[in-house]
Design a protein around this ligand. Structure first.
Ligand code: HSE
Length: 367
């Protein structure tokens, strides 16, 4: 059995990964080793075939005993440890959730339902570094897979509604604290009318008393139209990722332009996106719907009706699920080649942990 080391398994993405691997019995076919920066020496999680103690994630010697390392520890860890491992001569597979290596030539961005054939080819050709994509990119590509497969996409404009989970566990908790603080205010002023309470709520969320250490701004009763750092193009780094990562995943010969505005909203763990798609040629709506619906096992086409949309195409409906619904699919008044769509997906599943689980299985199946 292959030795697989897990780093960052106690964090949010790592925990979701372990949960998924447990529910799919993935631990039965590997020898697992759990590494940690903080709890080395403690008892390892009670999963099948796991080495009993947690090892130190800074111990190069023990890390390099692994056939495969899976890191959900974050970019700083990758930046520090990956080069050390490779320069020490380690030839194992490196699977990573962080963005550090995504755009490096030696690394593949993995998204099983969309590029498993290319991953397969990569493994055959000796690629050793496999990185999960940005969450909005992965969720969009699973949803639009059918149109990309048929080269029907000339460009996409994607306006995102990104959940707090994308910013991290502390941010999720901060959003809940913000909501609690607003709930408290509205409870003590229950007799006031809507406009009066709105004034008080707006004063509260703008005050220094309001919990906003993580986001730096109120997210509850608000939205934040900037995610990640500033790019010289005027895009945010999150917006820049859409085009470069999607085209790398698809291995397009001519890049498909993808751009839009990324916005943080007060959903907890599901990212949504409103999409404007310029088609490369006219096609009737039924054909487009069939292509979208049949592209992969995870996409779900939601009929463009109010009841189905509000039942099935929301963060509340999608949270904790592997299905990726896409709906509001209709031709726009802009012209016959302009398609409107809206999609929603779990940021921690297909947006983060699941592509890593799939590539791990793919590597194991090959070895
Ligand atoms: N960058 C994403 C976000 C997280 O901030 O929502 C995962 O790729």
């Amino acid at each position: 059995m292959k030795k697989v080391g897990f780093i960052g398994w106690r964090g949010m993405v790592g925990s979701v990964l372990v949960e998924r691997m447990l529910s799919e019995n993935d631990f039965h076919s590997i020898e697992s080793y759990f590494f940690s920066t903080s709890v080395g020496g403690e008892k390892a999680p009670a999963v099948k075939n796991a080495y009993e103690k947690v090892l130190s994630s800074l111990d190069l010697k023990q890390l390099s005993q692994m056939d495969i390392l899976v890191s959900c520890q974050g970019g700083d860890y990758t930046l520090e440890m990956y080069p050390l491992l490779r320069s020490s001569g380690w030839k194992g597979y490196w699977i990573d959730a962080a963005s550090t290596l995504r755009m490096k030539e030696h690394a593949m961005i993995v998204l099983d339902p969309v590029n498993s054939d290319k991953i397969e080819q990569g493994i055959s050709q000796g690629v050793k570094d496999f990185v999960g994509g940005n969450c909005t990119v992965s969720l969009m590509l699973i949803a639009l897979h059918g149109l990309f497969k048929e080269n029907l996409v000339e460009w996409v404009s994607s306006m995102t509604y990104q959940a707090a989970s994308g910013a991290g566990a502390k941010n999720m908790l901060e959003l809940l604290n913000q909501m609690q603080s607003i709930g408290h205010l509205s409870a003590i002023h229950a007799s006031l009318g809507a406009l009066e309470i709105e004034k008080k709520a707006n004063t509260l969320i703008s005050s220094d008393q309001f919990p906003k250490e993580q986001f730096g701004h109120p997210l509850a009763l608000n939205l934040l139209p900037w995610i990640d750092s500033e790019w010289p193009t005027g895009q945010s780094k999150e917006e820049w990722k859409a085009q470069v990562e999607a085209n790398k995943i698809l291995q397009t010969k001519t890049p498909v332009p993808i751009d839009g505005t990324c916005v943080r909203v007060s959903a907890l763990r599901c990212h949504s996106q409103a999409l404007t798609i310029k088609l490369t040629k006219s096609a009737d709506l039924t054909t487009l719907e069939d292509l979208i619906r049949e592209a992969n096992p995870w996409v779900r086409l939601v009929a463009n009706h109010k009841a189905q949309t509000l039942d099935q195409l929301t963060p509340a409906a999608v949270s904790g699920k592997l299905q990726i619904p896409i709906g509001r699919v209709r031709k726009m008044t802009l012209g016959d080649q302009y398609l409107n769509a809206f999609t929603c997906g779990d940021q921690l599943l297909w947006g983060a942990a699941e592509p890593l689980r799939c590539v791990l299985k793919q590597i194991l199946n090959r070895s």
